[in-house]
Write a protein that binds this ligand. Structure first.
Ligand code: G1P
Length: 272
């Protein structure tokens, strides 16, 4: 059973400056709601019971967004008739019960972020989501959990991208392909076009085995001096651990770039 979701939240958000210099990119509102809440809703609908947020210690706004009880209590007391306020607080309290924090003070990579979660991970597999990558219209995490249940294997969300852009993504190689999934036999982080085994890109959703922690522990730093989850997945694939690519049905929105972020409100509003 996949019940825990790791969400790395220590990125600098340089592609969204100057907005992200004041508000962490995951709290930037899209149609009145931070993109982090869209990600959490997707997870909750898919059966996730606990979130592990990986944040820098000094990025207090994420904690404050979910853990500001004194503020809400004071304002609710003052505005007793405001039903909306009570609803908002109820929702925040529900999220609050599900969140644990661990710390990553510098952006040292997704693999490093996963390592920080060790003390909380309990099941055989967990979900990891990159908050920049919104997928709307169809619940991608739900599809992946269903594929994990069927195959008893790890799963990565994937989508066909323009060949010219392969060096922007983690790219998957595969042998057998069905309509909606394939068995992965190769993984390369941001390859040159000549090295890319396909044009199926990793999009930020992973169901990973807990044993990936022991690979990460001994892994040397990769591109940009970071510990990448992609490199650990590559090692496990080589060791014959089964990973499936889930060609998700939803609509992908890249919220990590200014252009993507600007378009996100309009795109999401079509599917609400
Ligand atoms: C990360 C991953 C990459 C993946 C991408 C999806 O890259 O390392 O494998 O394809 O997310 O958004 P980043 O966007 O952090 O450069």
């Amino acid at each position: 059973m996949v019940k825990q979701a790791i969400i790395p939240l220590a990125g600098l958000g340089t592609r969204l400056l100057p907005l992200s210099s004041i508000i962490p990119k995951e709290l930037l509102p899209i149609n009145g709601k931070p993109n982090l809440e869209y990600i959490m809703e997707e997870c909750i609908q898919a059966g996730i019971k606990q979130f592990i947020f990986v944040v820098p210690k000094n990025r207090t706004s994420i904690k404050k967004y979910f853990f500001n009880d004194a503020f809400y209590k004071k304002i609710i007391k003052k505005k007793k008739k405001d039903k909306r306020l009570k609803e908002v607080f109820k929702k925040i309290k529900r999220y609050q019960k599900m969140i644990k924090f661990v710390y990553q003070n510098k952006p040292e990579g997704t693999g490093h972020a996963v390592l920080q979660c060790k003390k909380y991970l309990s099941g055989t597999h967990f979900l990891m989501l990159l908050a920049d990558d919104l997928i709307v219209k169809k619940n991608c995490s739900k599809e992946m959990i269903a594929l994990h249940k069927k195959t008893k294997s790890s799963v990565i969300a994937t989508k066909k991208v323009d060949r010219k852009t392969v060096s922007r993504w983690g790219i998957l190689g595969f042998k057998l392909k069905n309509k909606n999934s394939f068995l992965i036999n190769e993984v390369i982080e941001k390859p040159k076009l000549s090295e890319a085994p396909s044009n199926y890109a990793i999009i930020g959703r992973y169901i990973l085995p807990k044993k990936i922690l022991s690979v990460l522990k001994n892994q040397s730093r990769g591109k940009g001096g970071e510990i990448h989850i992609t490199d650990a997945i590559k090692t496990l694939v080589k060791e014959n651990e089964k990973f499936y690519g889930n060609i998700f049905k939803g609509k992908y929105i890249d919220c990590g770039t200014l252009k993507g972020f600007i378009n996100s409100g309009l795109t999401i509003s079509k599917y609400l």
